[in-house]
Ligand binder design. Structure first.
Ligand code: IVH
Length: 709
């Protein structure tokens, strides 16, 4: 629908006669009302265009502030002229009234499900292709569309003359529930279709929650001690069935179209792939990860290719879907027991499984962190057998209500550490035991302390605790730090348990005879380790800093510190204020570094290591350089239209600025792009100057000279 038609439609809704002929001309309406109408129509179109660019194409075109301005202007016009407000206005995406329940919706065309090919190997593809060819009594190669099988909730979107009028869940396939209000809050679902003249077009697809949105949502919930979502699919299903649309609007959902329901007044193309292309053309989100292929081998290759990148996709999938591409052949194939013969879901190994939690063990990490680890009845999940899974911390166990003896849901997605995500309460045995976090360290018996505001309990034993000592030595020796080859965990266990090593400098006192006297240690391996120790003495300042295991100092911070100060002495004697001048170092990190070097025994460890020959080259560092933006602190937030935040950060730092992660009174300037959230609010609250990207680009073009925020 173009702007003129939209205006005509609005007029007719207000009871005005539609002018004859195609167009609406200024002379046929009172000037003021025509102007307001035209502006409302224009604003809605502009806002929806930006929504599409942002949520569907993932390529925002205007800064957040500009979007907000347009949105507020539309809201104001709709408040002044309530008769212009329509349910399909983008202002109505925020969620309306709380519902008592969902009204039933009878599907014009039943929403069927598809057969699942359980053979997760390539054979699954061949089985399907054979069934199709047998049913068609042909030996010709068949053309298929391959799609992803999204792990969410099936939804039917009903568009009448291009306007979204209803959204319904699948329900039992014959009738579902009216969830229009909640679906309207999904920003990537167009409220109007582009260039779609169909009287009725029902679009079917999957509502899902992206992994990023899932993690962000759970992170926020955790921070506030509120319940978290078990997985993105539950997140999607829960939000769609949420009776308060304002709550639904807070849970960020997305959508992919994959098919059609009832269609009237639109001539269908000849193939399924052409339908998907057309839907994409109407402005609907259709996943780009799709292909048109011929023959079983190509199906199997698609399955394999997608399986290999499953973990890197921004959303969960549980397999792929193959569909015969020709609609004529689809018709010929028809259905068996309410499942189409022309489509199949070819699954991947599940990333979640149920198993029994036998026990909970508490492990001690390098920094003394106590982690409860689930000891599980071994279960095959995400492609491997899992018998240990993290339970994160005490609060998580309580929140998930995990008892020893429970049947739990274990999740292992990609290379991420397996975790227990939930409990099947109905299967709790009578003798299930609640877990009690120990008040002392299970390794050394020191007090376990949990500081206020911290999620983790820690062993207070420090390097007195054998577990922490072992981890500290392994950390020191690892490849990206001192790189001492051959010093693995079995050897470190022995060295610590037999009191051969009490602290890091003892490592450099090891000799071949001592090492060779240990279990499973041949003379040759002992020599290799001594040689590796010798070699490790020649290092760099950043590796050495990282190796010391200072809390919050990872590889990147160690590099930043080394570059800034150039010398270890300078770091050891730096004040918190001086440390804060280092790029990326915030108050928590600065305090942690200062605390570490304030301890005499840490200074002693450093001195002894240097005495035993550990050395590196030092330089003047960059701290003394005075650049145009030295001493100025910037905060970047939101998506910048032209450059990535990383690029902006690198360029600002090259001019001497510090780019901080949070806004405070000391921030000199906040640069805000689109979707700028709480940082922008904070900047306004503290009256910190806010720039857009254009202002930043001008400053960079001027090499940072003349900075006045
Ligand atoms: S086609 C008649 N395509 O999987 C064909 N379904 O039983 C109808 N699903 O819950 C389904 N991704 O919501 C189709 N690319 C895809 C899909 C897909 C996920 C879901 C669907 C339904 C189940 C199929």
């Amino acid at each position: 629908m173009d702007a003129k038609q939209r205006i005509a439609q609005l007029r007719s809704r207000h009871g005005e006669a539609e002018p004859s002929g195609a167009g609406v001309t200024a002379t046929q309406l009172p000037a003021a009302s025509h102007e307001v109408l035209a502006r409302v129509v224009q604003l809605r179109e502009t806002i929806e265009r930006h929504n599409h660019a942002y949520y569907v194409l993932d390529a925002p075109t205007i800064p957040d502030a500009e979007y907000d301005r347009l949105f507020r202007e539309l809201q104001a016009l709709e408040t002044q002229h309530p008769e212009l407000l329509t349910a399909d206005s983008p202002t109505q995406r925020v969620g309306g009234k709380v519902l008592d329940g969902f009204a039933p919706v009878r599907h014009a065309v039943p929403m069927l499900s598809i057969r699942t090919e359980t053979d997760t190997e390539a054979r699954g593809a061949f089985n399907f292709d054979t069934r199709v060819k047998n049913a068609l009594e042909t030996s010709n190669e068949i053309e298929y569309t391959c799609e992803l099988k999204f792990d969410g909730l099936a939804i039917n979107l009903r568009y009448e003359r291009g306007v979204l009028v209803q959204a319904a869940t699948r329900g039992d396939g014959e009738s579902g529930e009216d969830v229009t209000q909640n679906v309207r809050t999904i920003h990537c679902i167009p409220l109007h279709l582009k260039d779609c003249k169909a009287d009725v077009l029902e679009v079917r697809g999957e509502v899902y929650m992206s992994r990023k949105d899932f993690n962000r949502y759970n992170g926020k919930q955790r921070e506030q001690g509120l319940p978290t979502l078990v997985n993105p699919r539950n997140g999607a299903a829960g939000s769609i069935r949420q009776l308060d649309p304002k709550l639904a609007a807070q849970r960020p959902l997305s959508f992919f179209a994959y098919g059609l329901g009832e269609v009237r007044g639109w001539e269908l193309p000849a193939t399924h792939s052409a339908i998907l292309d057309a839907l994409q053309g109407f402005g609907l989100p259709v996943c780009d990860e799709r292909a048109v292929v011929a023959g079983a081998q190509a199906l199997a290759e698609f399955h394999q290719r997608v399986a290999a990148k499953r973990d890197t996709l921004p959303f969960d999938i549980d397999g792929v879907v193959y569909k015969v591409n020709s609609l004529a052949l689809q018709k010929q194939l028809g259905f068996v027991s309410r499942e189409p013969r022309w489509a199949v879901a070819h699954k991947f190994p599940a990333e979640e499984q149920l198993t029994v939690l036998r026990d909970i063990e508490v492990q001690v990490g390098r920094t003394g962190k106590l982690t409860p680890v689930a000891k599980l009845e071994p279960v095959f999940v995400g492609g491997t057998t899992v018998s240990n899974a993290t339970l994160h911390n005490e609060d998580e166990i309580r929140r998930k209500d995990v008892h020893i003896g429970d049947t739990v849901i274990v999740r292992r997605a990609g290379d991420v550490i397996p975790e227990v995500v939930g409990v099947v309460l109905e299967r709790r045995p009578a003798d299930a035991k609640p877990f009690v976090m120990p008040t002392t360290c299970p390794v050394c018996g020191s007090h376990a302390v949990r500081e206020e505001g911290e999620a983790d309990a820690r062993c207070s034993g420090g390097l007195f605790c054998a577990a922490q000592r072992k981890q500290a030595i392994l950390h020191f020796a690892s490849r990206r730090m001192m790189d001492i080859e051959g010093l693995g965990d079995k050897l470190v266990d022995q060295l610590v348990d037999e009191h051969i090593i009490r602290s890091l400098p003892d490592l450099y006192r090891l000799d071949v005879a001592t090492l060779a006297s240990l279990d499973r240690m041949a003379e040759k391996s002992a020599q290799n380790i001594v040689a590796a120790l010798e070699q490790s003495k020649h290092t760099t300042l950043n590796r050495f800093l990282f190796a010391l295991g200072i809390r919050h100092v990872g590889e990147t911070t160690a590099k930043d510190l080394a570059r800034h100060f150039g010398k270890l002495e300078a770091i050891m004697s730096a004040s918190v204020e001086q440390l804060l001048q280092v790029p990326d170092v915030g108050p928590v990190v600065a305090q942690s570094i200062a605390d570490f070097f304030a301890e005499d025994h840490n200074k002693e460890v450093v001195n002894e290591l240097r005495k035993s020959g550990v050395h590196w080259e030092e330089n003047e560092g960059t701290a003394h350089l005075v650049l145009p933006l030295t001493g100025k602190t910037f905060v970047l937030t939101g998506t910048l239209p032209k450059m990535s935040r990383d690029e902006a950060k690198t360029r600002l730092e090259a001019l001497g600025a510090k780019v901080a992660g949070s806004v405070s009174k000391k921030t000199d300037c906040v640069v805000a792009g689109t979707e700028a959230g709480s940082k922008l609010d904070k900047a306004r609250e503290l009256k910190v100057p806010v720039w857009d990207e254009a202002a930043l680009l001008a400053l960079l073009a001027n090499n940072g000279e003349g900075f006045t925020p």
